[in-house]
Design a protein around this ligand. Structure first.
Ligand SMILES: *[C@@H]1O[C@H](CO)[C@@H](O)[C@H](O)[C@H]1NC(C)=O
Ligand SMILES: *[C@@H]1O[C@H](CO)[C@@H](O)[C@H](O)[C@H]1NC(C)=O
Ligand SMILES: *[C@@H]1O[C@H](CO)[C@@H](O)[C@H](O)[C@H]1NC(C)=O
Ligand SMILES: *[C@@H]1O[C@H](CO)[C@@H](O)[C@H](O)[C@H]1NC(C)=O
Ligand SMILES: *[C@@H]1O[C@H](CO)[C@@H](O)[C@H](O)[C@H]1NC(C)=O
Ligand SMILES: *[C@@H]1O[C@H](CO)[C@@H](O)[C@H](O)[C@H]1NC(C)=O
Length: 153
């Protein structure tokens, strides 16, 4: 059952991908990733939002190559959103979205003391919270972070 669903979704994703740009009226969705970064030992909210920090989205494309496909700067509440157009060759239709959000450590001690003495990166997987159709942007897959984990590199 689960694997049949997975296969079906994969097929849909593949069809969407292969028909993209061939005038069939089917396009890959763009991706919108949102989340929050807070001044806690894990970087996860709730907590005091961290302002002005760069958050990157790395995705692995259909060729298995991982690149940074977008980035955003947190606002004063620690909120960020990263929009990625549908042209980057990523199979967004897959059940598991092959992307991760990351924040480079350490952070500025003025901005967040608790994360200013640790190295590595804060990284989070992402999960879909649904597809919307936007009149100007077309299909948009809304995605949220699952929670930061500190990775030492
Ligand atoms: C947040 O950071 C931006 C620059 O990244 C700065 O212009 C703004 O004043 C900061 N806001 C607060 C409330 O610190
Ligand atoms: C994200 O991708 C860039 C290459 O675009 C790479 O240099 C960086 O190490 C990656 N970051 C993570 C956390 O995988
Ligand atoms: C997304 O974030 C940018 C700053 O990175 C901000 O200018 C923009 O208003 C945000 N958009 C939404 C829909 O929250
Ligand atoms: C940060 O962005 C979020 C989502 O758009 C918004 O709710 C919040 O008010 C923003 N914070 C500031 C200080 O602009
Ligand atoms: C840390 O942030 C403060 C306030 O935004 C700034 O004045 C200072 O130059 C920053 N320090 C570094 C090392 O970036
Ligand atoms: C479509 O997206 C744009 C840009 O983010 C936004 O300004 C607009 O309100 C959205 N429209 C709908 C119907 O969601």
């Amino acid at each position: 059952m689960a694997s049949a669903t997975t296969s079906a979704l994969f097929l849909v994703a593949l069809l969407l991908f292969t028909t993209h740009g061939h005038g069939q009226g089917i396009v890959l969705p763009s991706l919108r990733v949102t989340g929050g970064l807070c001044c806690t030992s894990t970087g996860n909210c709730p907590g005091q939002g961290i302002n002005g920090t760069v958050v990157r989205l790395n995705c692995t494309n259909i060729l298995g190559v991982t690149t940074t496909v977008g980035q955003s700067t947190t606002n004063a509440t620690g909120f960020f959103n990263i929009s990625v157009p549908s042209t980057t060759g990523i199979l967004f239709g897959l059940p598991t979205i092959p992307c991760a959000v990351s924040v480079q450590l350490p952070l500025n001690a003025t901005v967040c003391p608790v994360l200013s003495t640790t190295t590595g990166v804060l990284a989070s997987a992402v999960q879909s919270v649904g597809m919307v159709v936007n009149t100007t942007l077309g299909a948009v897959l809304n995605v949220v972070i699952t929670g930061f984990i500190r990775l030492t590199v």
